[in-house]
Design a protein around this ligand. Sequence first.
Ligand code: COS
Length: 410
Amino acid sequence: MVDFTLTAEQQDLRDLAHDFAVKEIRPVAWEYDKNGTFPEDIIQKAWEVGLMNYYIPEAYGGTRVDSLSGIQIEEELSWGCSGIQTTLGCNSLAYGPLVLAGSEELKKEYLGRLVEAPLLCSFCLTEPDAGSDVASMRTTAVKKGDKYVLNGSKVFITNGGYANWYTVYAKTDKEAGRRGISAFVVPRDAGVTVDKKEDKLGQRASNTAAISFNDVEIPADHLIGQENQGFKLAMMTLDRTRPGVAAMAVGIARAAMEFAIDYSKERVQFGVPIAMHQGIQFMIADMATEVEAARLLAWKAAVLLDQGKDNTIVSSHAKRFAADAAMKIATDAVQIYGGYGFIKEYPVEKLFRDAKIMQLYEGTSQIQRLVIARETLLPRRASSDSSSNGDSAAASTNGAEPHPEPATAN
Ligand code: COS
């Protein structure tokens, strides 16, 4: 059965998030962006009302909502400010691998910290020379007795300057490429160094940092899942978080569209509001279609997850389409504002800058196309209906069949 009606609970969460965006986020969003203010006050409030960490299972003190509910929150908060939502939502990316494959002890300790206080955690995959090409990472984790010793550096780490703990990917077998990567929980006080806060084009209220590990020792039981299974764990985590990124892109796109609609009704040129001109109407019509289509893809990717089905390709469809739509819609919103759209005093300039990151983080639009091409040419699983990708299958990271290389078309 296909039904696009949210349940009363999902609608309540959406309303709660919208209300929070209107009252707490929008009033400060442009100012925080301008000054690069980290939204500590908003983190505290969002944590208090349950708009953070909502994918933590009840067994560890969380409220575990389904993905379709979660992405309602993510669209609304991102409509308020995607930089602030990146800050609030980053925890779910960082604790994702822990929920999927962590030991009971690790989950109790580190999910418990997030439940007990408004703390942050970070997902540390990217390195200076390993972005899309995850397998070329150089950070190492060497086992010495009952400890692992970590060395290396990570870049573009959301909340990196503020995290209480980090999910870190490192090579446990340097010769094995992607088959030699493992994931660890690294508490900040183990000696993580925060090297630098980045000065960014957009999402300026979010913290993006470079961090490093210099002989950082962690207990051996801080390994998440099995040794050398980290790459798959990262991919499975991203399958679960990309629908949320798509929803965030919808939030930006919707905000840009709404500003463009309002402005087009006020701005008079050639004797009529510019909304009366067909050129503007067609731009707005395309915006409305793309917001709708992007949202439907995000919902489908989330619903597949909630049904325990493989969502890899739909997750990439959603993330790619929604990110590109947000960029296009924000660009067209600037166009509708004309010269004023280029001025910081007007709201769409920020949205234009914020939209760009949607095409970059959690896998560029090109990486999404790569995943889509592979899954289309040589599907990894028989069909999106037949294979369980639920948490229990994921816990052993055995949920996936071998992923064949597509033939290269020359
Ligand atoms: N779920 C489970 N397993 C998966 C998977 C998924 N979504 N995607 C891939 N795998 C498995 C494959 O089945 C394969 O398993 P075997 O080793 O048993 O054969 C393995 O992982 C390797 O898969 P693949 O051949 O697709 O890997 P590649 O090295 O070719 O890399 C890309 C694939 C490029 C798609 C991957 O490196 C990627 O997603 N890069 C972007 C990373 C990213 O998003 N970075 C942003 C930073 S995070 S904010």
